[in-house]
Design a protein around this ligand. Structure first.
Ligand SMILES: *[C@@H]1O[C@H](CO)[C@@H](O)[C@H](O)[C@H]1NC(C)=O
Ligand SMILES: *[C@@H]1O[C@H](CO)[C@@H](O)[C@H](O)[C@H]1NC(C)=O
Ligand SMILES: *[C@@H]1O[C@H](CO)[C@@H](O)[C@H](O)[C@H]1NC(C)=O
Ligand SMILES: *[C@@H]1O[C@H](CO)[C@@H](O)[C@H](O)[C@H]1NC(C)=O
Length: 319
C-alpha cells in the first residue's frame, strides 16, 4: 500500500479562508478602538478622519462622495439617536446617501448614541458598524437631556482628529435634511464663531438673549467645537437640561457664537398645529423636523420629488 494514499489530509485553511476568518476579527479590532477623552471613554466604531487634506485625490468608494475637486468645506452631521432604532437608521442612510452625489462639500453623516444597553444591541449595532462604518457610541448613559449633546460635541476632535471638519452639526433622527440646500446655505455662512440653525422660540419675538437654535439641527464652526472641549470645566455644571437651549447658554456666558445665522423659514416642523415652528412644506427647505413616523417621512420625501427619477416600470420589475 502506498503510504501516500494513507496520508490524512487535514483541512489546512487556505490563505483565502484564513483571510475570510481573520478579516472580521481585524475589522472588529479596528472598530473597538477606545478613545479616552475628558471623562468619556468613547468607543468609536468609526473615527476615520473626514477627508484627506488633499481632497482632489478622494476616490469613489461605497458611501463616499466622489469629490473630484477640493470640497468647499467639510461638514460632520451627528444624528443623535437610540441604538434600537434600526429601521429609522436604514431609512436615513438611504435618504442621505441618495443626496450625496452632487454635493460640493464633503458631508459625513454619523449616528451617535450613548452606551449600548444590551448584548443584543452590541451584536446588532456591530453589524451596522461593520457594514456602514457610520455609528458612534459615546460613554454616557442613554438619555435626551442629560449631557448627550455635550458628550457628542466635546468628543468630536478626539474621535475624528484635529480640524477634521469645518462645521459640526447636531441633529435628530426625526429631522430630514436636504443636503444640497444645507451645503449651499452653509457656503454663504461665516466659518468662524458660527451658530447656525432655526432660531427659537419661533412664535414670539423675544430679546436676543433668550434665543437659541432648535435641536432639530444646528451647526457650529470648528472653533466653537474646540472651545467646548477647552471650556469643559466651565460648562460641566450646565450639561443637564434641554440640550439645544443649554448650548446657547454656554455660548452666551462666554460671548461665543456671535455669528448667528437663522435659517427660518427654511428649517421648520412638519405641519402640525401644536408646533410653533411648523408650517406647510415649501420649496425653499433645508430641514423638516418632527418626522416621527414613516408616513411623515413618505409625505415629505414625496413632496421633494425624492423618487421622481425612478421609472415606475423599474420599481415594479424585480430585475
Ligand atoms: C493635491 O494634489 C494635487 C495632485 O496630486 C497637487 O497638484 C496639489 O498640489 C495637492 N494640493 C495640496 C494642497 O496638497
Ligand atoms: C446631479 O448632477 C447631474 C449632472 O450634473 C444631474 O444630471 C443630476 O440630475 C443631478 N442629481 C441631483 C440629485 O441633483
Ligand atoms: C460646579 O458645581 C460644583 C458643585 O455643585 C461646584 O463646586 C463648582 O464650583 C461648580 N463649577 C463651576 C465652574 O461653576
Ligand atoms: C416636484 O416636481 C413637480 C413636477 O415636476 C414640480 O412642479 C415641483 O415644483 C417639484 N417640487 C419641488 C419641491 O421641487
Amino acid at each position: 500500500m502506498n503510504p501516500h494514499h494513507r496520508k490524512v489530509h487535514l483541512p489546512v485553511p487556505s490563505f483565502a479562508t484564513a483571510t475570510l476568518l481573520l478579516l472580521p476579527l481585524a475589522l472588529l479590532a479596528a472598530v473597538l478602538v477606545a478613545v479616552y477623552h475628558n471623562e468619556f471613554a468613547l468607543q468609536s466604531y468609526l473615527a476615520r478622519p473626514a477627508c484627506p487634506s488633499n481632497a482632489s485625490d478622494t476616490s469613489l468608494t461605497g458611501r463616499h462622495v466622489a469629490v473630484r475637486v477640493a470640497p468647499d468645506f467639510r461638514l460632520l452631521i451627528g444624528v443623535l439617536t437610540l441604538p434600537g432604532l434600526y429601521e429609522r437608521r436604514h431609512l436615513m442612510r438611504t435618504v442621505y446617501a441618495l443626496q450625496q452625489p452632487n454635493l460640493t462639500a464633503h458631508v459625513d453623516v454619523r449616528f451617535v448614541f450613548c452606551r449600548l444597553a444590551s448584548e443584543e444591541q452590541r451584536v446588532l449595532v456591530a453589524l451596522e458598524a461593520m457594514q456602514h462604518g457610520d455609528v458612534v457610541e459615546l460613554d454616557c448613559p442613554e438619555n435626551m437631556d442629560n449631557g448627550k449633546t455635550h458628550a457628542y460635541l466635546s468628543s468630536v476632535p478626539a474621535l475624528f482628529g484635529d480640524r477634521a471638519y469645518d462645521f459640526v452639526m447636531k441633529t435628530d433622527d426625526d429631522t430630514f435634511l436636504r443636503l444640497p440646500q444645507l451645503v449651499e446655505s452653509l457656503n454663504r455662512a461665516p466659518r468662524e464663531d458660527l451658530y447656525y440653525g432655526c432660531m427659537v422660540p419661533c412664535d414670539v419675538v423675544r430679546a436676543q438673549e433668550n434665543e437659541y437654535m432648535s435641536g432639530m439641527g444646528y451647526v457650529i464652526s470648528w472653533d466653537l467645537v474646540e472651545w467646548i472641549v477647552a471650556a469643559a470645566e466651565q460648562i460641566r455644571n450646565h450639561t443637564v437640561g434641554p440640550e439645544d437651549r443649554l448650548v446657547s447658554t454656554w455660548f452666551r456666558g462666554a460671548g461665543k457664537g456671535k455669528n448667528r445665522v437663522d435659517t427660518k423659514p427654511a428649517m421648520y416642523g412638519f405641519p402640525d398645529r401644536a408646533d410653533h415652528c411648523a408650517h406647510e412644506l415649501v420649496h425653499d427647505t433645508i430641514a423638516v423636523h418632527k418626522l416621527k413616523n414613516n408616513g411623515r417621512w413618505a409625505t415629505t420625501l414625496k413632496y421633494f420629488n425624492f423618487t421622481a427619477g425612478l421609472q415606475p416600470s423599474k420599481f415594479t420589475s424585480m430585475d
